[in-house]
Design a protein. Sequence first.
Length: 225
Amino acid sequence: MDANRLTDYLQRKMPHASDLRVVNLMRIPGGSSRETYSFDLEWTESGQPHTRPMIARRDPTGGLLKSERSREYKVVDAMYRVGMKIPEPLFLELDPSVMERPFFVMQRMPGRTAAGAGAAAEPEALRRALANDFLTELARLHQLDWRALGMNWLGVPGDLAQPARTQTQHWFDLYNADRMHEPWPILDAAFNWLQATAWPTRKSTPSAVPALHHTLNMPRLPVSR
């Protein structure tokens, strides 16, 4: 990601800012679904200097595990608006000519991320606090009313089985696209079981279908204690 092009883009998005600069731009290792970059944004507005820590996430050059950029951005925005511990989304750019591939920009939250579930070397009080915060956020997510958040665009399930069927088919299609005709009997058996399982078919209600994060884990939770 080019600092000059990013500066020009953000200047267009922030016309009231002057002397705008992108500094300390660096790519953050880890993760495979997006390229992640950290940087600080400095600018002057109404005669006052401002600095804000930022993150940019850009589509990779290739890969099968793709998701719609606008879909992801809208979900992040909805979660931020209800006070979840999530960075504020700021700008979404779908035009690949701006930075070679689509990307979005959000606030960088303070703290650090854990390398795993929580190192044993960390103080016990910190590990307990992290576990409590982690489960609290997870419970809050499950209790959200996605309809009240205006997220009907995700699709309104007709029964409780539809989300499970949809996700099973989605990952089954990706699996078949990526397997390159190689035999994976355990995964085949798992998908066969999922597709044959008699999921509950009673009519769904808003409270019966929760919002879920399919990969929420400790490395995704910032630590600022």
